[in-house]
Structures are given as C-alpha cells and as structure tokens.
Design a protein around this ligand. Structure first.
Ligand SMILES: Cc1ncc(COP(=O)(O)O)c(C=O)c1O
Length: 387
C-alpha cells in the first residue's frame, strides 16, 4: 500500500502531531496546560446555542444543506460586512459560506493554482497557506515577516521575476503567529501590488473581532477597488467562540468566489442547517458579549506579558489583537529547545515559532485561549522555571 507522492512533501499538521505528543506525556502523569493552540476556551453566547438546539429539533433540518449557504446566512454575512467594516457586498456572487475558513484556504489553492504556478506566503505563517499550494502542485515563495518591519512583508523586496510568476498571495492580519496588525496603508499597497502583477490577493482575517485596547481591525475589502483583485477569508471560530462548529466565509472578487464554489460543490455538501441558523443568530444578535470576552483575553495577555517581560526579561510586544504573544526565546536556545525545556519542567505547552516557518525560529507562540485560572496556574509554575 503506497499513498500518493504528494504526501511526501505534506507533513502531518503541526498541531495534530503536537496533540499526540502531549497526550502521551499526559498518559505518563504530566499535568499539561496548553497555551500552544488558538482555540477559544469559552462557549458562544447562550442565545447562539439555543438557536442551534431549536433548529436541530425541527425534522426538516437534517437533509443536505446545498452548496451556497441559506439565503439568511448569505445575507447575515453581507450585513456583518456592512455594519462591522463598512464594506458593501453583492449577496448573489460575492459571498460564500465555508466549513470553517481552513477548508476554504485549502480549496482556493485547488481553484486558483496549477502545477508549476507560484504562490506567495508569509513566513512565519499559518501552515495551511503553504501546504494547500503544495497540494495543488504549485511552488511557494516565502515573504519573510521581520520584526524590524512590524512583521509586514516587504513587497518591494519581491523580485520582479518572482512577481511575474505569482498567481496568488496570502496575507493575514491581525496576524497569526506574530500578533501584528496591519495599517490600512499597507493593505492598500498590497492591493496595488496585486493589481499591478495580476495576482489574486487572499486575505485571511479570522482575528478581526478579537481586538484589545480599543483597536478595531479593518477588512482588506475596505480598500477602494480591493474586490477587483482580492478575496477575504473570515470565520466565526475565533470571533464568536465557534471553532468546533465549522462555519466561515469567503467574500470578495466574484470570479474567485465562483472558482472556489466550483471546487467545493464537488468536494463537500454544505454546512449543517442548524449551524447555519446559529451563525445567523451569532452575527445578527447582540454582540456585547464579545467585548466582555475580549476584555478577558486582554487581561490574560497582560498577565502573560508581565511574566515574559518582568520575570523572564524577554523581548516581546504587547499585541492589540489576536490570540497570541510572540516573544523571542532567550539567547542560546532554539525555539524548539526552549519550548521543550519549559514543557518537561512545568507542563506548560507553547508552540515553537519554527513550526510556522524558518523565520519563526528564535520566537515562540503563547495563546491566551485558555481559562484564566489555568493561565494563572501556568504563570505560577513558569515563575519557578529557571533558564
Ligand atoms: C490565521 C488563521 N487562519 C485560519 C484559521 C482556521 O480557522 P477556522 O478553520 O476554524 O475558521 C486559523 C485557525 O487557527 C488561523 O489562525
């Protein structure tokens, strides 16, 4: 039995292998506190769960859901973009529900990239950008995200011969893993660059509603003319604590949306109807609970920042959005070595920055997606840790 050759360049997803390793350590008796993964620790608001349960109790809600999403969900996405970002979308052809944004990120590569094409992906970056391009047979050119550039790619550093071959560019702000945000001026420059080189700009923005200190993340589509060249991926996973429900969206350029739909209609059969109803409730219902949730993340961010800076003396920014802190590891360690030492000594699990690409080396990612009591306990253990 021999799997396809394409799997030779496709590792097991980083968090799948990390989870197996942590389970093995747990089985040996280590009490592990996971600060490595960006899964919201809290549930969605009660009214969202109640909508799911009411809808699931209806006998007519259990068949195939169709390929386009319900009219109510499509309209809820349009209304959300209008009220949250001031972006007007055509409900007929500029919106597509996804089974979580990861699914759409993987499928857009199949929809847009031919073997031998080139995709631009950030390094460090969410691993699915490069893996999906690789699965489509395309090559990947990495754009380093350097601290001295605010973890924004230097578009001027992309060589002309590379830009001429590129078919698709990935950007992601608020950024995973660096915690950086992008000013609108950078998003405008990216739209210009992609227009000039005939590139589909894919912006991944699932952290847009996880913001602190009064910051409000923009949509890439708020750049005038962005829809000519861009698609934005979004998700209710982080915004509304619905990571396990699998509901996301792609919005923007109608040709790209149609291409994605063409792949998806051959691969999946839509989102469970009660989940679609609950997603409508999540977007159309009251949003005040999100401010409370974000305030909780913000206070966890501050607890962890205090440990990293005042106890450990590490270099780290205080992120104003997203779920992650991105400190430098101390001199003398690789990211993997330092994270491993912490894990074995304290049971607290961080992600080594190198898991997100070569330019993630020297950093580690720490998530605030863990209950506050467990974060407080992790900090108590980490204060005892000597390096
Ligand atoms: C940058 C980024 N994009 C996409 C996703 C996938 O989110 P989902 O598939 O749950 O919508 C994640 C999840 O961690 C992420 O960090």
């Amino acid at each position: 039995m021999k799997p396809a050759r394409r799997l030779e360049s496709l590792p097991i997803y980083v968090f799948a292998s990390l989870t197996s390793r942590l389970k093995a350590l747990q089985a040996q008796g280590l009490d592990i506190i996971r600060l490595d993964i960006g899964s919201p620790d809290g549930p969605p608001a009660d009214f969202i769960i109640e909508t799911l349960s009411r809808s699931a109790a209806e006998p007519g809600q259990h068949g195939y859901a169709g390929y386009f999403g319900t009219p109510a969900l499509r309209q809820a996405f349009v209304d959300y973009y209008a009220t949250r970002f001031g972006v007007a979308l055509n409900v007929a052809d500029e919106v597509l529900p996804l089974i979580g944004s990861k699914e759409g990120i993987a499928n857009i590569a199949l929809a847009w990239l031919d073997p031998g094409d080139l995709a631009l992906a950030p390094d460090p970056g969410y691993p699915t950008y490069r893996m999906s391009a690789t699965m489509a047979g395309a090559d990947v050119h990495f754009m380093p995200l350097l601290e001295e550039n605010g973890f924004l790619p230097d578009l001027a550093a992309i060589p002309d011969d590379v830009a001429a071959r590129v078919r698709l560019m990935w950007l992601n702000y608020p950024n995973n893993p660096t915690g950086a945000t992008a000013p609108l001026s950078f998003l405008e420059a990216a739209v210009d660059f992609c227009r000039q080189h005939d590139i589909l700009l894919c912006h991944d923005g699932p952290y847009a509603d996880v913001c602190f200190d009064g910051y409000r993340a923009p949509s890439l589509l708020s750049v005038p003319g962005a829809k000519d060249v861009a698609v934005e991926f979004n998700s209710l996973s982080k915004s509304h604590n619905m990571a396990g429900w699998r509901v996301g969206l792609a919005v923007g350029n109608p040709v790209a949306i149609q291409a994605l739909l063409q792949v998806k209609s051959n691969v999946d059969s839509g989102i469970f109807l009660p989940v679609q109803d609950a997603a409508v409730a999540a977007l159309a219902g009251q949003q005040e609970w999100l401010a409370t949730r974000n305030a909780e993340y913000q206070s966890r961010r501050d607890l962890l920042y205090d440990l990293l800076v005042n106890d450990w003396g590490l270099h780290v920014a205080r992120p104003i959005a997203g779920l992650y802190l991105w400190p430098r590891v101390p001199e003398g360690y690789t990211a993997a070595e330092f994270v491993e030492r912490i894990l074995l000594a304290t049971g607290v699990s961080f992600t080594p920055g190198s898991a997100f690409g070569a330019h993630g080396e020297g950093y580690m990612r720490i998530s605030v997606g863990q209950t506050t009591p467990r974060i407080v306990e992790a900090i108590e253990r980490l204060r005892q840790f000597k390096f």
